[in-house]
Design a protein around this ligand. Sequence first.
Ligand code: FPP
Ligand code: MG
Length: 294
Amino acid sequence: MQRVETELERLIDEIKYEEVNKLFSNLSGGKRLRAKLVLKIASKNPKAPLLAAIIELIHAASLLHDDVIDEADTRRGKPSVNATEGSKIAVMFGDILYSKGFSELVEFEKEIAKRVASSVTQLSVGEMMDVAMGEYFNTDEKKYLDMLYLKTATLIEAAAASAAILAGKDPKNYALYGRNLGLSFQIIDDILDITSDEKTLGKPAMNDFYEGKMTLPYIYLYEDLPNDDKLKLKSLHKKVLSSNDIDWIKSKMKQYHSIEKAYKVAQRLSDEAKKAVDDEELRAILDKMIQRSY
Ligand code: FPP
Ligand code: MG
């Protein structure tokens, strides 16, 4: 991973604007999941650290823009760039990072460049869908999963598949692995938003519902509730929840096993991903991720 950090520093230096170096050094790198996947899948290829760095630049750019869109004050436990520098800087800094990523991407073979570039279109479409879906009480599971795929899984899918191409492996199974890893990761995140406390999350618990996001446990709960309770759940959507409201939602989710139902979907996706690749380390990533729950 040190080679990825070195590549990132080199790419940032090439931009030749001290302000960008400063902003970048203040960003928290996060888990670097996408970079780790690229290095793992294409470990022997000397171009793997550069591809990993490009994908991390794109991911960082998407989060900078996402925090502006979501008006989020924190990112990875630190104040967000839009909170400290303002939205204009955050948007332009994002533009610089992703265009720099693209400038480097064009040097890769066409199939790799195409997969990564089109995943960015997909994740942008997914983000638009997410914003649109936050405006109303969505009860359509398929619609939710389609949006999640675009918003969170496509870049991970492209990272895994393009690393496979770099390594001369068949990208199909790696794409499936990346897609399902991304989807199950996000579903676990959605569960933790409900089951964890504010201290663990670094943001208020049950924030998704307040922001309008109807994640899987809410969709399943709504499906199972009797009509009068359906109306009650709907009336709480996007509202500041009292501790009574929170207790009510949590007890109903317990009664109807809404969390378990969502967890089962994540587990099924994770199992499918495991079957797709013949690699213990890639499977271990899934196990670790899915065990974040409960
Ligand atoms: C986080 O979602 C958001 C994403 C994973 C994708 C955001 C994509 C864009 C803003 C499109 C623009 C792309 C580029 C490259 C400039 P979330 O808000 O559900 O998660 P969070 O809790 O981490 O904020
Ligand atoms: Mg966000």
